[in-house]
Every structure is written in C-alpha cells, then in structure tokens.
Design a protein around this ligand. Sequence first.
Ligand SMILES: C[S@@+](CC[C@H](N)C(=O)[O-])C[C@H]1O[C@@H](n2cnc3c(N)ncnc32)[C@H](O)[C@@H]1O
Length: 238
Amino acid sequence: MQNDRHPSGAPWRNFYGRFRGKTIRSSQKDYLDNDLDALSPGPVGWDVNPDRVPLDPATILGGRPLWLEIGFGAGEHMVAMAQRYPDIGLIGCEPFINGVAMLLGKIRRAEVSNLAVHPGDVRDLFDVLPEGCIEKAFLNYPDPWPKTRHHRRRFVTAEHLDPLYRVLRPGAAFRVATDIPDYVRQTLAEVPKAGFVLQTELPDGMGVPWDDWISTRYEMKALREGRRPHYLTFRKPA
Ligand SMILES: C[S@@+](CC[C@H](N)C(=O)[O-])C[C@H]1O[C@@H](n2cnc3c(N)ncnc32)[C@H](O)[C@@H]1O
C-alpha cells in the first residue's frame, strides 16, 4: 500500500504546474534572497510547521482584514489591489518561483507594505489558516487543464474548494476570472457544491469585469488570442 504521507509528515499533494522556469536573473535572485522571508505570513510549510499550528491572523500585516490571491502569477493584480486598498492585508500564494521573483520586483518598485507571500501551494496555507479569517479571495486565470482526463486537477474541485470555504468569513466573496468556457462550466457546477452562492447574473454578467479589476498577463494573452474573459463572483452565505 502506498504511504499517503511525505517523510516530513506532509500529505502527498500532487502539483502539476511548474515550480521553476527559465533562469532567474541576478536582480530577481536578490529579491528572493533578501525580501521574501520578511513577507512571510508565518510558518506555513510542513518543514517549518510540522504540527500545523494555526497562524494568528492578528499578527499578519498588522491585523488588517485579510484577502487571499490564489496563484498570483507575476503579481500585477496583487500589487495593484494592495495599492488601491492600503487598509487591507493581501496574502498571495504562488509555487512558481519565477513568478514570485517578479512579484517581489514589483513590490520594491511600488513600495507597498500590505502584502504577504507564501511561495508555495495554497493548500498548505489552508491547513494553517483559522476558520473564517479571510474576507475575500481571488482566483484569476487558474490553470485550465483542457484535457477531460485532467479536469480533476483544476482548482475548482472539492480538494481546494472545501478548505477555501472553511477559511473564508461568512459573507466573504470569492471571485473567479477565466477565459475557458469549460472552466466556467465546471466552476458553476462545483463551487456551489462547496456551499458558495453565485452572485453574478447569468448569462450577461459573465463578461463584465469588477469595478476594481486589473487585467493580468494571462488575461491580456487571452484577449490577444481572441478568447473572452468571464468574471464570476460567489459568496459564502452570511
Ligand atoms: C494560468 S496562471 C495565472 C496567473 C495569474 N493569476 C494571472 O492571471 O496572470 C495560474 C497560476 O496558478 C498557480 N497555481 C496552480 N496551482 C496552485 C496552487 N495549488 N496554489 C497556488 N497557486 C497555484 C500556477 O503556478 C500559475 O502561476
């Protein structure tokens, strides 16, 4: 029988994306070496928190209300939201280290101080966040996994949605942006199963961006290639 635990005690969690891409520039290495630790929301990884002791939200970003961005890519939405909402604390998760380095460069240039970064899988963060501590969550252009046999890898599956629901405060919004019609289909089918209620009016509302929406790299690519963005808002019932 296959052991379902890593030697560190961590559960095996398949991650099918990329952890590292092309060479990291020396300036980006500098950001990773010198800036990343100070942006930690606290001990998240199994190596540093094997007992999965919950984080204390009051100690994260000065006790500001907390928002969460899942898979921030190169971080343009993170930084723009942090600038726009200085009284909010925004935690971002991204396992792709080149993306993390790009975010760190943007943070230096924008001089924002209301961001925290977990350079890894959001499921590890879910383990250590107390119930109801996140006031809003963003899922922008999640990996599409177009092949039918890979749909179970998508974020919009119970493995991710159930713990997301737990960490959100009652009444909290969960925003999903995607350019893949079949991703919309799966989102509309799976997110309500986790307990969320759809807020977006269908079908016309699907193409209307939020008032404070910042287009991301993936969205710009989708638009260039003629795909239509969809914007869906769900809410955890109050
Ligand atoms: C298609 S990219 C979109 C990036 C960005 N949100 C944008 O719109 O440009 C999806 C991102 O989600 C990240 N991702 C995938 N699974 C994740 C997980 N379990 N936790 C955190 N991020 C994840 C990937 O590494 C990738 O950078």
